[in-house]
Design a binder for this molecule. Structure first.
Ligand code: GTP
Ligand code: MG
Length: 461
């Protein structure tokens, strides 16, 4: 293969053939094996000109596909004038080399395709750094040579997909350059990340935060726009959102939550990408509540929900409750399909983010969660703490007031969250005659917010 071809490994405007191997434990919908890979390919800007599937018990070491199938692929590539072959799995550097020799066409794998999409979409500095680190980490073991143009990369432009270079001789120099570049990016990113962690934790104390999460294209940004003043980019393409957006979501009665919309998850997300997207996912990890948006009209919905739950576990978002909203219910052909979901997840809320259905119910639900269960208690506050008294008058339902010369006793209907906020602003109060910490434990059977801070892993505090 010529060097010129090798250096133009961009997916955009390519004619692509998609290849999948169905193994016995393959869990993707068999009816349309290529639905997701096709969508990813088109999102990257290429045109699909052919598809090839092989059923095997296990992949071959040399070329992943069997020998005969590799020849069939070479024939198909010639016939369709394909310029790119995309495998729906991860390939080893050796497999890529062997395949390219026989098929005489660029070969990339699923992770490289996803990285390429991320590289093209990254618009914030943090996202660009994160993608570039992930590319260096993923591409690094595949390097032969090609870092002589690293000068261009230093400007911050992400390196192109499949930039596994042509020669062998420069390998050692290249490795050192890559390492140096990676350390430099890592340092920049760490600076951003530390600021971010502080910001997120402060926000968590000041507000109740809700993270929208879900598989890519599930409708997170559409729902975000419904619940807030809007402004998030919602699009039929995969990975329309790569950063995190925050917006206030009013719930009525003077209450609000801070809602975040973030990057979508996908099966087999390159793990370097998860690691380096950590700062983007920070809002999610520390949110008080996670709302999983699931597209129930997708044939692979069940698998997607499993991927989302697993990814949340992987990034350490395990402390908060997760609720599921069953989105795109307007696209379900049979209403009974919804019942199947509700049987399995009785707490889930059916919605259509696009049509605005079920949104009020979701708002009520968020309110309930935010307030953490309203209880009737008596709160005793010194009259000098006027800030706390006016907070209670505005936010809680005050049933009776009993003024003394130095204190007031308010009988109120109040949620746990409001107690947290009062404590965070330094309220001097007793609840039911005892200390607020003991009262929260006794009444809500839970620890107050200050104690939550100790649940954050020590290395991130
Ligand atoms: N019919 C229908 N379409 C919807 C609904 N919600 C979202 N969509 C469409 O689904 C597509 C994806 O929506 P987004 O809101 O961009 O999805 P996302 O989860 O933010 O996607 P990423 O940012 O790419 O992860 C868009 O074309 C939306 O118009 C819905 O309730 N019904
Ligand atoms: Mg989005």
């Amino acid at each position: 293969m010529s060097q010129i071809q090798r250096e133009q490994l961009k997916v955009v405007a390519e004619r692509a053939i998609l290849v999948a191997v169905v193994l016995p434990d393959t869990y993707v919908d068999a009816q349309d094996r290529f639905a997701e890979l096709r969508a990813l390919t088109e999102t990257a800007g290429a045109t699909v000109v052919g598809e090839l599937v092989q059923k095997r018990r296990k992949p071959t070491v040399r070329t992943y596909l069997g020998k005969g199938k590799v020849l069939e692929l070479a024939g198909l590539a010639k016939m369709t004038e394909a310029t790119l072959i995309i495998f729906d799995c991860d390939l080893s550097p050796g497999q890529i080399r062997n395949l390219e020799e026989t098929v005489e066409c660029k070969i990339i794998d699923r992770s490289e395709l996803i990285l390429d999409i991320f590289a093209n979409r990254a618009s914030t500095l943090a996202a660009r750094l994160q993608v570039e680190i992930a590319q260096l980490e993923y591409t690094y073991p595949r390097l032969k040579a090609m870092w002589d143009h690293l000068g261009q990369v230093v400007g911050g432009a992400p390196i192109g997909i499949g930039t596994r270079g042509p020669g062998e001789q420069q390998l050692e120099i290249d490795r050192r350059l890559v390492q140096r570049r990676r350390r430099q990016l890592q340092r920049e990113l760490e600076g951003i990340q530390q600021r971010k962690t502080r910001e997120v934790q402060q926000r968590r104390l000041d507000h109740y935060t809700v993270g929208l999460v879900g598989y890519t294209n599930a409708g997170k940004s559409t729902l975000f726009n419904q619940l807030t003043a809007g402004g998030a980019f919602a699009h039929a393409k995969l990975f329309a959102t790569l950063g995190t957006r925050l917006e206030r979501c009013d719930l009525g009665g003077g209450n609000h939550v801070i809602l975040s919309d973030t990057v979508g998850f996908i099966r087999d997300l390159p793990h370097h990408l998860i690691a380096s997207f950590r700062s983007t996912l920070e809002e999610t990890v520390y949110a008080h509540l996670l709302v999983i948006v699931q597209d129930v009209s997708d044939p692979n919905a069940q698998m997607q929900l499993e991927v989302v739950n697993r990814t949340l576990d992987e990034i350490g978002a395990t402390e908060q409750p997760r609720i599921v909203v069953l989105n795109k219910m307007d696209l379900l052909e049979k209403p009974s399909d919804l019942l199947v979901w509700l049987n399995r997840l009785p707490e889930a809320i059916p919605i259509s983010a696009a049509k605005g259905e079920g949104i009020d119910q979701l708002r009520d639900w968020l309110s309930l969660h935010m307030l953490g269960g309203e209880k009737e208690v008596s709160i005793t506050i010194p009259l000098t703490d006027s800030r706390s008294i006016s907070f209670l008058e505005q936010r809680a339902k005050v049933l009776t007031r009993e003024y003394g010369s130095e204190e007031v006793i308010l009988q109120v209907l109040i949620g746990r969250r409001h107690i947290d906020q009062l404590l965070a602003q330094g309220a001097q109060m007793r609840i039911n005659g005892i200390s607020p910490l003991e009262a929260v434990k006794a009444i809500w059977n839970d620890d107050p917010e200050e104690i939550v801070a100790t649940r954050i892993p020590p290395h991130e505090r």
